[in-house]
Design a protein around this ligand. Structure first.
Ligand code: FAD
Length: 484
């Protein structure tokens, strides 16, 4: 670590990175302390990637307000940060009379929440919008969209880093003390970070960091959701997310969502779990995903399954009512210079920048911030060779022959893109770091073809030994030694 900071942000998910980016608009020395080896390794990388509209939450909640704000501004955000995004709309479909009545209730909430352009439609219009969807009635929500949560989080973090924020990986915060001069002494894996401000953006660990900072402890409510990822062959048949009508308790069963890259996500299931972070996938739930998913979209076939994953909702419980808490952005007079974020559950991805702006406003309540005149909101991502027209591809190959060498065949990722990913501004050097920056190994073969080449390239570019190279986490070595 390097000196004393004005602000230490705990957690490098979409929220911590959005807060880092928004605070870098001011003259502050900022660091992000992240326990994993890259950003987006927590909840932010294990969700549906939907730009929610705000229909799913009650009027008047902070999460509804932030969601609507985040949704409305996303064209500009996507342009500034070079994040692929499609405002494709969404269908919530109903079958039969009982579901229609519940759907109308949801529609009325949508009107009350001021969701732009929503309308109730019948079977024929459902088919017009998406021939592969079905239902007697549906709510069509034109403002909903899809984005890649990895690209978005990486873009926020890179933009923050470009504007002076320092990211420290492999730094798990284990304790926080307050020195006599009011500075925070934040104990982490490699030592102690000293900072005037501390901001808790630690997602699922927020309930542990809260009392360390001097805020109330609260009870996490762990709900797990399993997903199946389908091949792009299935994606060719789905243009927008299809949700079923919520059940009588207001919960949504499994839905189907196209990804911005052309795959399809089926899920999540909803399972209450204990306090352990259980990321296991079960055959029972894979079967459930298949049965529920195919009711909405006929292409949910086992042949198309390429991978599964689990997300855990960072839900916080009201100690009195046991109901789920709204987003909490807490400050406390007895704990100056601290902001505590709790219960940043869905739609946290959509709401990241609106939440970050509210954090900045809380900081401004306690001190005058001086504008960073060199702040640049624009970040450019790695150009995707596969998305270019043939002439543009030819031009790039002529300029740099590394564009002519395909490393990942499934996703058509070139050597040039992989090199750029290895030399990323955050200094991430894992195989997954390359994967989430380029899509290498995210296709049908899941790295069977390219992973050894990615390893060799990391080794060459960063002058590492083979046995130093990690898949994604501390201890996850690609190689442990020679067989012969
Ligand atoms: C299944 C599921 C589906 C969802 N779908 C959507 C959706 O479609 N659209 C939407 O808008 N929202 C969605 N959400 C919500 C959204 O994903 C979250 O609100 C958001 O990602 C929360 O981001 P975060 O940065 O707070 O948490 P995280 O991404 O978990 O970031 C917290 C970070 O803190 C780090 N950390 C933890 N403890 C420590 C420590 N002690 N020291 C240092 N670092 C630490 C973690 O490693 C992690 O990187 C979904 C959530 C789930 C679970």
């Amino acid at each position: 670590m390097d000196g004393v900071f004005d602000v230490a942000i705990i957690g490098g998910g979409v929220i911590g990175s959005a807060v880092a980016r928004e605070l870098s608009r001011y003259q502050l020395r900022i660091c992000v302390l992240e326990k994993e080896l890259d950003v987006c390794n927590g909840v932010s990388g294990r969700n549906t990637g939907l730009l929610h509209s705000g229909i799913l939450n009650e009027e008047g909640l902070l999460r509804t307000e932030c969601c609507k704000e985040g949704n409305a501004e996303f064209e500009q955000v996507a342009r500034e940060l070079d994040v692929p995004f499609r405002r494709c709309g969404k269908l919530i479909v109903s079958f039969g009379e009982e579901e229609r009545i519940r759907l109308e209730g949801l529609y009325r909430r949508g009107l009350k929440n001021g969701i732009p352009g929503i309308r109730m439609i019948g079977h024929d219009e459902i088919k017009e919008i998406e021939p592969n969807a079905d239902g007697d009635f549906a709510i069509f929500i034109p403002s909903a969209g899809i984005l890649c949560p990895f690209t978005y989080t990486i873009a926020l973090a890179e933009n923050a880093a470009m504007n002076g924020v320092t990211y420290y990986f492999n730094e798990e915060v284990t304790g926080i003390a307050r020195a006599g001069d009011g500075m925070f002494a934040i104990h982490a894996t490699s030592g102690t970070f000293v900072s005037r401000w501390a901001i808790n953006c630690s997602g699922l660990s927020s309930y542990q960091i809260s009392p360390m900072l001097g805020f109330d402890s609260y009870k996490p409510k762990r709900v797990k959701g399993q997903y199946e990822i389908l091949d792009k062959k299935a994606g060719a048949y789905l243009s927008l997310p299809i949700y079923p009508t919520p059940n009588e308790y207001g919960a949504f069963d499994v839905h189907v969502t196209p990804t911005i890259e052309g795959n399809v996500l089926v899920g999540p299931t909803i399972e209450n779990i204990g306090t352990e972070l259980d990321y296991s996938a079960t055959q029972e739930m894979i079967n459930t995903l298949g049965c529920s998913g195919e009711k909405l979209f006929a292409q949910v076939k086992r042949d198309y399954y390429i991978r599964n994953y689990v997300g855990i909702f960072p839900t916080a419980e009201d100690p009195l009512t046991h109901a789920e808490l709204d987003f909490q952005i807490q400050t406390k007079p007895s704990v100056p210079h601290a902001v505590n974020l709790v219960g940043i559950n869905s739609p946290g991805l959509t709401s990241a920048l609106p939440i970050a702006r509210r954090v900045v406003a809380k900081v401004k309540e306690q001190e005058l911030l001086i504008v960073n005149k060199t702040f640049n909101p624009v970040r450019k991502g790695i150009v995707r060779f596969s998305s270019l027209e043939r002439e543009e591809q030819d031009r790039l190959i002529r300029q740099n022959p590394d564009y002519g060498e395909i490393y990942c065949r499934c996703e058509c990722v070139t050597k040039a893109e992989i090199k750029q990913a290895i030399h990323n501004v955050l200094g991430v050097c894992t195989i997954s770091g390359i994967k989430y920056r380029t899509r290498a190994s995210m296709g049908r073969c899941q790295g069977g073809y390219c992973e050894t080449r990615l390893t060799a390239m990391l080794q060459d570019e960063l002058r590492l030994d083979k046995t130093d190279i990690l898949l994604n986490k501390k201890g996850a070595y690609m190689f442990t030694g020679k067989v012969k």
